[in-house]
Design a binder for this molecule. Structure first.
Ligand SMILES: [Zn+2]
Ligand SMILES: [Zn+2]
Length: 332
Protein backbone atom coordinates (compact mmCIF):
# COMPACT_ATOMS: atom_id res chain seq x y z
CA UNK A 1 0.00 0.00 0.00
CA UNK A 2 2.75 2.38 1.07
CA UNK A 3 4.83 1.25 -1.92
CA UNK A 4 2.04 1.94 -4.41
CA UNK A 5 1.48 5.36 -2.81
CA UNK A 6 5.20 6.13 -3.11
CA UNK A 7 5.17 4.98 -6.75
CA UNK A 8 2.17 7.17 -7.50
CA UNK A 9 3.91 10.11 -5.84
CA UNK A 10 7.04 9.53 -7.99
CA UNK A 11 4.88 9.22 -11.09
CA UNK A 12 3.22 12.54 -10.27
CA UNK A 13 6.59 14.25 -9.86
CA UNK A 14 7.97 12.74 -13.10
CA UNK A 15 4.85 13.77 -14.99
CA UNK A 16 5.89 17.41 -14.55
CA UNK A 17 9.24 16.87 -16.34
CA UNK A 18 7.96 17.67 -19.90
CA UNK A 19 6.29 20.87 -18.61
CA UNK A 20 9.54 21.85 -16.82
CA UNK A 21 11.52 21.26 -20.04
CA UNK A 22 9.17 23.49 -22.09
CA UNK A 23 9.15 26.16 -19.36
CA UNK A 24 12.97 26.17 -19.13
CA UNK A 25 13.33 26.49 -22.92
CA UNK A 26 10.80 29.35 -22.96
CA UNK A 27 12.49 31.17 -20.06
CA UNK A 28 15.88 30.80 -21.77
CA UNK A 29 14.38 32.06 -25.07
CA UNK A 30 13.06 35.12 -23.18
CA UNK A 31 16.52 35.88 -21.79
CA UNK A 32 18.25 35.21 -25.14
CA UNK A 33 15.82 37.35 -27.14
CA UNK A 34 15.33 40.28 -24.77
CA UNK A 35 18.83 40.58 -23.33
CA UNK A 36 21.26 38.99 -25.81
CA UNK A 37 19.49 40.02 -29.02
CA UNK A 38 17.57 43.23 -28.24
CA UNK A 39 19.90 44.85 -25.68
CA UNK A 40 23.33 43.47 -26.63
CA UNK A 41 23.17 42.87 -30.39
CA UNK A 42 20.66 45.43 -31.75
CA UNK A 43 21.97 48.98 -32.27
CA UNK A 44 18.85 50.66 -33.71
CA UNK A 45 16.53 51.97 -30.93
CA UNK A 46 13.40 51.99 -33.06
CA UNK A 47 13.99 48.41 -34.13
CA UNK A 48 14.63 47.41 -30.53
CA UNK A 49 11.37 48.96 -29.25
CA UNK A 50 9.35 47.40 -32.10
CA UNK A 51 10.87 43.95 -31.55
CA UNK A 52 10.39 44.09 -27.78
CA UNK A 53 6.78 45.23 -28.08
CA UNK A 54 5.68 42.47 -30.49
CA UNK A 55 7.82 39.88 -28.69
CA UNK A 56 6.10 40.59 -25.37
CA UNK A 57 2.60 40.34 -26.88
CA UNK A 58 3.52 36.91 -28.35
CA UNK A 59 5.21 35.85 -25.11
CA UNK A 60 2.26 36.84 -22.89
CA UNK A 61 -0.30 35.12 -25.14
CA UNK A 62 1.86 32.00 -25.27
CA UNK A 63 2.25 31.87 -21.45
CA UNK A 64 -1.45 32.61 -20.86
CA UNK A 65 -2.67 29.83 -23.18
CA UNK A 66 -0.06 27.37 -21.88
CA UNK A 67 -1.11 28.11 -18.30
CA UNK A 68 -4.79 27.61 -19.14
CA UNK A 69 -4.09 24.35 -21.00
CA UNK A 70 -2.13 23.01 -18.01
CA UNK A 71 -4.26 24.20 -15.11
CA UNK A 72 -7.83 23.90 -16.42
CA UNK A 73 -9.05 20.70 -14.75
CA UNK A 74 -10.64 18.13 -17.07
CA UNK A 75 -14.42 18.08 -16.61
CA UNK A 76 -16.07 14.85 -15.50
CA UNK A 77 -19.65 13.63 -15.99
CA UNK A 78 -22.24 15.33 -13.78
CA UNK A 79 -24.08 13.58 -10.95
CA UNK A 80 -27.00 12.44 -13.08
CA UNK A 81 -24.65 10.12 -15.01
CA UNK A 82 -23.53 8.40 -11.79
CA UNK A 83 -25.49 5.39 -10.59
CA UNK A 84 -27.81 6.13 -7.69
CA UNK A 85 -27.41 4.07 -4.52
CA UNK A 86 -30.33 1.78 -5.40
CA UNK A 87 -29.22 1.38 -9.04
CA UNK A 88 -25.72 0.55 -7.89
CA UNK A 89 -27.06 -2.03 -5.46
CA UNK A 90 -29.21 -3.79 -8.05
CA UNK A 91 -26.35 -3.64 -10.59
CA UNK A 92 -23.90 -5.22 -8.14
CA UNK A 93 -26.39 -7.82 -6.90
CA UNK A 94 -26.96 -9.02 -10.45
CA UNK A 95 -24.38 -11.54 -11.62
CA UNK A 96 -25.57 -12.21 -15.16
CA UNK A 97 -23.84 -9.82 -17.62
CA UNK A 98 -26.91 -9.59 -19.85
CA UNK A 99 -29.11 -8.59 -16.92
CA UNK A 100 -26.50 -6.01 -15.87
CA UNK A 101 -26.58 -4.56 -19.38
CA UNK A 102 -30.35 -4.37 -19.17
CA UNK A 103 -30.17 -2.49 -15.86
CA UNK A 104 -27.76 0.04 -17.41
CA UNK A 105 -29.97 0.36 -20.50
CA UNK A 106 -32.95 1.15 -18.24
CA UNK A 107 -31.01 3.86 -16.38
CA UNK A 108 -29.65 5.28 -19.66
CA UNK A 109 -33.19 5.78 -21.00
CA UNK A 110 -33.42 8.92 -18.87
CA UNK A 111 -30.11 10.24 -20.17
CA UNK A 112 -29.28 12.00 -23.44
CA UNK A 113 -26.95 9.28 -24.73
CA UNK A 114 -26.62 8.39 -28.41
CA UNK A 115 -23.39 6.40 -28.54
CA UNK A 116 -22.81 2.80 -27.56
CA UNK A 117 -19.90 0.48 -26.95
CA UNK A 118 -18.66 -1.64 -29.88
CA UNK A 119 -20.87 -4.46 -28.59
CA UNK A 120 -23.93 -2.21 -28.69
CA UNK A 121 -24.13 -2.02 -24.88
CA UNK A 122 -24.39 1.18 -22.83
CA UNK A 123 -20.90 2.62 -22.24
CA UNK A 124 -20.22 2.25 -18.54
CA UNK A 125 -17.06 3.01 -16.56
CA UNK A 126 -16.51 0.42 -13.82
CA UNK A 127 -13.83 2.48 -12.11
CA UNK A 128 -15.86 5.70 -11.86
CA UNK A 129 -19.22 3.87 -11.66
CA UNK A 130 -20.62 6.24 -14.23
CA UNK A 131 -22.60 5.89 -17.45
CA UNK A 132 -20.36 7.58 -19.99
CA UNK A 133 -21.92 10.53 -21.81
CA UNK A 134 -21.29 10.70 -25.58
CA UNK A 135 -17.61 11.37 -26.40
CA UNK A 136 -16.56 10.81 -22.77
CA UNK A 137 -13.68 8.42 -22.05
CA UNK A 138 -11.83 7.22 -18.98
CA UNK A 139 -8.26 8.53 -18.67
CA UNK A 140 -6.04 6.06 -16.85
CA UNK A 141 -3.47 8.78 -16.06
CA UNK A 142 -5.98 11.23 -14.54
CA UNK A 143 -7.97 8.28 -13.12
CA UNK A 144 -11.28 9.83 -14.06
CA UNK A 145 -13.77 9.95 -16.91
CA UNK A 146 -13.18 13.05 -19.03
CA UNK A 147 -15.89 14.77 -21.07
CA UNK A 148 -15.17 14.88 -24.83
CA UNK A 149 -11.73 13.49 -24.13
CA UNK A 150 -9.24 14.17 -26.89
CA UNK A 151 -6.01 12.75 -25.47
CA UNK A 152 -3.82 12.93 -22.37
CA UNK A 153 -1.01 15.33 -23.25
CA UNK A 154 2.30 14.95 -21.34
CA UNK A 155 3.47 18.38 -22.59
CA UNK A 156 0.70 20.08 -20.62
CA UNK A 157 0.52 17.27 -18.01
CA UNK A 158 -3.26 17.35 -18.37
CA UNK A 159 -6.09 15.71 -20.17
CA UNK A 160 -7.13 17.63 -23.25
CA UNK A 161 -10.90 17.48 -23.40
CA UNK A 162 -14.09 19.53 -23.38
CA UNK A 163 -12.93 21.99 -20.69
CA UNK A 164 -9.60 22.95 -22.27
CA UNK A 165 -9.62 21.94 -25.93
CA UNK A 166 -9.91 25.59 -27.03
CA UNK A 167 -6.98 26.52 -24.76
CA UNK A 168 -4.91 23.65 -26.15
CA UNK A 169 -5.56 24.79 -29.76
CA UNK A 170 -4.71 28.40 -28.84
CA UNK A 171 -1.56 27.19 -27.09
CA UNK A 172 -0.48 25.45 -30.32
CA UNK A 173 -1.33 28.57 -32.37
CA UNK A 174 0.50 31.03 -30.12
CA UNK A 175 3.50 28.68 -29.80
CA UNK A 176 3.79 28.71 -33.60
CA UNK A 177 3.38 32.50 -33.80
CA UNK A 178 6.06 32.88 -31.09
CA UNK A 179 8.45 30.58 -33.00
CA UNK A 180 7.79 32.31 -36.34
CA UNK A 181 8.32 35.78 -34.86
CA UNK A 182 11.52 34.79 -33.08
CA UNK A 183 12.93 32.94 -36.11
CA UNK A 184 12.10 35.69 -38.61
CA UNK A 185 13.56 38.53 -36.53
CA UNK A 186 16.65 36.57 -35.44
CA UNK A 187 17.48 35.34 -38.98
CA UNK A 188 19.29 38.46 -40.22
CA UNK A 189 21.48 38.57 -37.08
CA UNK A 190 22.14 34.86 -37.44
CA UNK A 191 23.54 35.60 -40.93
CA UNK A 192 25.58 38.57 -39.66
CA UNK A 193 27.14 36.42 -36.93
CA UNK A 194 27.69 33.61 -39.41
CA UNK A 195 29.61 35.74 -41.93
CA UNK A 196 31.49 37.60 -39.20
CA UNK A 197 29.80 41.04 -39.49
CA UNK A 198 29.12 40.96 -35.74
CA UNK A 199 31.77 40.22 -33.10
CA UNK A 200 32.09 36.83 -31.46
CA UNK A 201 30.71 36.57 -27.93
CA UNK A 202 28.02 34.85 -25.84
CA UNK A 203 25.30 36.69 -27.83
CA UNK A 204 26.38 34.82 -30.97
CA UNK A 205 25.62 31.40 -29.45
CA UNK A 206 22.30 32.52 -27.98
CA UNK A 207 21.20 33.93 -31.35
CA UNK A 208 22.32 30.80 -33.24
CA UNK A 209 20.45 28.54 -30.81
CA UNK A 210 17.36 30.80 -30.83
CA UNK A 211 16.96 30.27 -34.56
CA UNK A 212 17.65 26.57 -34.35
CA UNK A 213 15.24 25.93 -31.44
CA UNK A 214 12.47 28.17 -32.89
CA UNK A 215 12.60 26.36 -36.25
CA UNK A 216 12.72 22.94 -34.61
CA UNK A 217 9.64 23.65 -32.44
CA UNK A 218 7.81 25.29 -35.35
CA UNK A 219 8.20 22.26 -37.62
CA UNK A 220 7.05 19.78 -34.96
CA UNK A 221 4.11 21.99 -33.90
CA UNK A 222 3.06 22.58 -37.50
CA UNK A 223 2.11 18.92 -38.00
CA UNK A 224 0.27 18.66 -34.69
CA UNK A 225 -1.58 21.94 -35.32
CA UNK A 226 -2.50 20.92 -38.88
CA UNK A 227 -3.88 17.63 -37.59
CA UNK A 228 -5.99 19.36 -34.92
CA UNK A 229 -7.33 21.91 -37.46
CA UNK A 230 -8.53 18.96 -39.52
CA UNK A 231 -10.08 17.36 -36.41
CA UNK A 232 -11.93 20.58 -35.48
CA UNK A 233 -13.19 20.99 -39.06
CA UNK A 234 -14.54 17.43 -38.97
CA UNK A 235 -15.69 17.68 -35.32
CA UNK A 236 -13.70 14.63 -34.20
CA UNK A 237 -11.54 14.07 -31.17
CA UNK A 238 -8.19 12.32 -31.57
CA UNK A 239 -9.74 9.21 -29.99
CA UNK A 240 -12.69 9.33 -32.42
CA UNK A 241 -10.28 9.69 -35.36
CA UNK A 242 -8.73 6.36 -34.35
CA UNK A 243 -11.95 4.60 -33.37
CA UNK A 244 -15.24 5.89 -34.81
CA UNK A 245 -18.04 6.49 -32.28
CA UNK A 246 -20.75 3.82 -32.45
CA UNK A 247 -24.36 4.95 -32.87
CA UNK A 248 -27.61 3.03 -33.08
CA UNK A 249 -26.94 2.38 -36.76
CA UNK A 250 -23.30 1.43 -36.24
CA UNK A 251 -19.97 3.30 -36.25
CA UNK A 252 -19.94 6.73 -37.91
CA UNK A 253 -16.82 8.90 -38.01
CA UNK A 254 -18.94 11.88 -39.07
CA UNK A 255 -21.63 11.37 -36.44
CA UNK A 256 -20.89 14.72 -34.74
CA UNK A 257 -19.92 16.61 -37.89
CA UNK A 258 -22.56 19.34 -38.29
CA UNK A 259 -20.73 21.50 -40.85
CA UNK A 260 -17.56 23.57 -40.67
CA UNK A 261 -19.08 26.73 -39.22
CA UNK A 262 -21.02 24.95 -36.45
CA UNK A 263 -18.09 22.66 -35.72
CA UNK A 264 -15.91 25.73 -35.16
CA UNK A 265 -18.59 27.36 -33.00
CA UNK A 266 -18.80 24.28 -30.79
CA UNK A 267 -15.16 24.71 -29.80
CA UNK A 268 -14.68 28.48 -30.02
CA UNK A 269 -18.18 29.83 -29.33
CA UNK A 270 -20.32 32.24 -31.33
CA UNK A 271 -18.53 35.49 -30.51
CA UNK A 272 -15.61 35.68 -32.96
CA UNK A 273 -13.94 38.41 -30.86
CA UNK A 274 -13.30 35.81 -28.15
CA UNK A 275 -11.99 33.09 -30.45
CA UNK A 276 -8.39 34.07 -29.96
CA UNK A 277 -8.58 34.84 -26.22
CA UNK A 278 -8.07 31.96 -23.76
CA UNK A 279 -11.43 32.29 -21.98
CA UNK A 280 -13.95 29.45 -22.01
CA UNK A 281 -16.47 29.95 -24.82
CA UNK A 282 -17.13 26.39 -26.04
CA UNK A 283 -20.81 25.57 -26.54
CA UNK A 284 -22.80 23.26 -24.31
CA UNK A 285 -21.70 21.54 -21.12
CA UNK A 286 -19.84 18.60 -22.67
CA UNK A 287 -22.52 16.00 -21.94
CA UNK A 288 -24.40 16.03 -25.25
CA UNK A 289 -23.51 17.15 -28.74
CA UNK A 290 -25.53 17.89 -31.87
CA UNK A 291 -25.74 14.95 -34.24
CA UNK A 292 -25.43 15.14 -38.01
CA UNK A 293 -28.48 12.95 -38.46
CA UNK A 294 -30.82 14.88 -36.12
CA UNK A 295 -33.13 17.66 -37.18
CA UNK A 296 -32.46 20.99 -35.47
CA UNK A 297 -35.71 20.87 -33.48
CA UNK A 298 -34.73 17.47 -32.05
CA UNK A 299 -31.23 18.53 -31.22
CA UNK A 300 -30.71 18.98 -27.47
CA UNK A 301 -27.75 21.34 -27.82
CA UNK A 302 -29.35 23.60 -30.40
CA UNK A 303 -32.71 23.50 -28.65
CA UNK A 304 -31.08 24.89 -25.51
CA UNK A 305 -28.47 27.04 -27.21
CA UNK A 306 -29.95 30.29 -25.91
CA UNK A 307 -30.16 28.97 -22.39
CA UNK A 308 -26.54 27.77 -22.43
CA UNK A 309 -25.28 31.09 -23.66
CA UNK A 310 -27.03 32.80 -20.75
CA UNK A 311 -25.74 30.27 -18.24
CA UNK A 312 -22.15 30.61 -19.31
CA UNK A 313 -21.95 27.07 -20.71
CA UNK A 314 -19.36 25.40 -18.54
CA UNK A 315 -21.24 25.26 -15.25
CA UNK A 316 -22.14 21.65 -14.69
CA UNK A 317 -24.65 22.35 -11.94
CA UNK A 318 -26.61 24.93 -13.91
CA UNK A 319 -26.50 22.71 -16.98
CA UNK A 320 -27.93 19.93 -14.82
CA UNK A 321 -30.88 22.02 -13.81
CA UNK A 322 -31.48 23.19 -17.34
CA UNK A 323 -31.03 19.77 -18.91
CA UNK A 324 -32.33 19.13 -22.39
CA UNK A 325 -36.03 19.53 -22.92
CA UNK A 326 -35.81 16.93 -25.66
CA UNK A 327 -34.22 13.66 -24.65
CA UNK A 328 -32.96 11.41 -27.39
CA UNK A 329 -33.91 7.82 -26.88
CA UNK A 330 -32.07 5.47 -29.12
CA UNK A 331 -33.34 2.32 -27.44
CA UNK A 332 -36.98 1.40 -27.61
ZN1 LIG B 1 -13.99 6.46 -15.57
ZN1 LIG C 1 -5.71 12.36 -18.47
Amino acid sequence: MALSRALRCCQRIFSWIPVSIISSVVLWSYYAYVFELCFVTLSNDLERVGYLLIFHVCFIMFCWTYWKAIFTPPSSPSKKFHLSYSDKESYEMEERPDAQKQILAEIARKLPICTRAQSGAIRFCDRCQVIKPDRCHHCSVCETCVLKMDHHCPWVNNCVGFSNYKFFLLFLSYSMIYCVFVASTVFQYFLKFWVGDLPNGPAKFHVLFLLFVALMFFVSLMFLFGYHCWLVAKNRSTLEAFSAPVFQNGPDRNGFNVGLSRNLQQVFGEDKKLWFIPVFTSQGDGHYFPLRTLRESENPLLANEGKWMEDGGSDEESADENGPSVIIRTES
